[in-house]
Ligand binder design. Sequence first.
Ligand code: NAD
Length: 352
Amino acid sequence: MHLKNSWPLPSSPKPIVIIGAGGIVNDAHMPAYLKANFNVIGLYDIDQKKVLHTAKKWHLKSYTSLDELISNAEVNKAVFDIATPPSAIKGILKKIPIGSTVLIQKPMGEDFKDAKAIRAICRRRKLTAAINFQLRFSPMMIIVQDCIEKKVIGDITDLEVHLNLLTPWELFPFLKNMSRVEIAVHSIHYFDLIRSFLGNPKGVWAQTLGHPSSKEFAQTRTTAILNYGPDIRCSLSINHNYSKGPNFQSAQIRIDGIESAAMIKLGLLLDYPKGEPDEVWIFPKVGTDWKKIDFEGGWFPEAFIGTMSNLQRFASGEDKNLYTSVEDAYHTMSLVESCYISSKKGDTALAR
Ligand SMILES: NC(=O)c1ccc[n+]([C@@H]2O[C@H](COP(=O)([O-])OP(=O)(O)OC[C@H]3O[C@@H](n4cnc5c(N)ncnc54)[C@H](O)[C@@H]3O)[C@@H](O)[C@H]2O)c1
């Protein structure tokens, strides 16, 4: 059976301007756009040193102000690609011209209140805006989504995200000042992905906590259970502080259905941002064995081609749905908020 593993490109790609010239732009946005032959015309960052460095590395025009970037974007009818920390998003969106097309790095603001404000700005300014929840657009997840749509997996009964690895948090210094870290910045990808497969859960139980070895970061570990009713078990077990070497590391998502099952290895996370290959395995049916699916690429950078392609194709009428629109991403932010509320509320005391 042929399975889809990439998102179609826009037939007439628009030029792109990038706001923010930090780690993720260098590690994923630019490699993806180069690979897809997207035309990035220039970028801006409040830190001029970073702008100059990144512009030189990728042979781009550097702007000295947001206003300069915006006027260039207007002349070229460019798409805006925001890749700043979440605290900067609202201020930037307020300046972006009414009716523009915008991709915004996740998370959609610092918390749910911020997400509401971002959604209101996007509505008020009539922006065609999506959040860069790109895991859904990785080759692995497009394969799994295709399996689900072709009824290979059948009704999903069990979905588990399991991480046990060492994440180099020092690559993200801005996280040190944030009160919400692990779920808001990392596991948010899994919550968004789970929503893409199962929709919104009825509720959640969660605990998110730090670790003695990474005291500068508010939380680095999470356990969560999502309530999808009596037929589906859905859980996340996330430990970013496993420091005992490569043995017994894991970064897996298992989706088990009535007919079949899928297992995804998130190789990227095992040696971030260089990464090991991502993998997808399908268990076709009882009586057979697990089969490794061949595909090219992985989460980084191919998934970043997908979010930009879906946005541009939606803006031009080629795609019917904008899958990670701010309207949809708002629900992922709501789920994240519920996890923090649950974690704060605490446990059920032992019965006496
Ligand atoms: N897989 C993913 O989706 C993924 C991975 C890593 C980071 N991210 C997200 O990308 C965002 C940026 O992360 P990063 O690792 O590149 O951080 P970074 O600190 O390396 O880069 C952020 C850049 O934004 C710039 N900036 C801040 N405020 C600005 C403003 N008002 N205008 C213009 N530039 C501004 C900073 O000077 C900095 O250069 C974060 O929100 C993070 O959560 C997403």
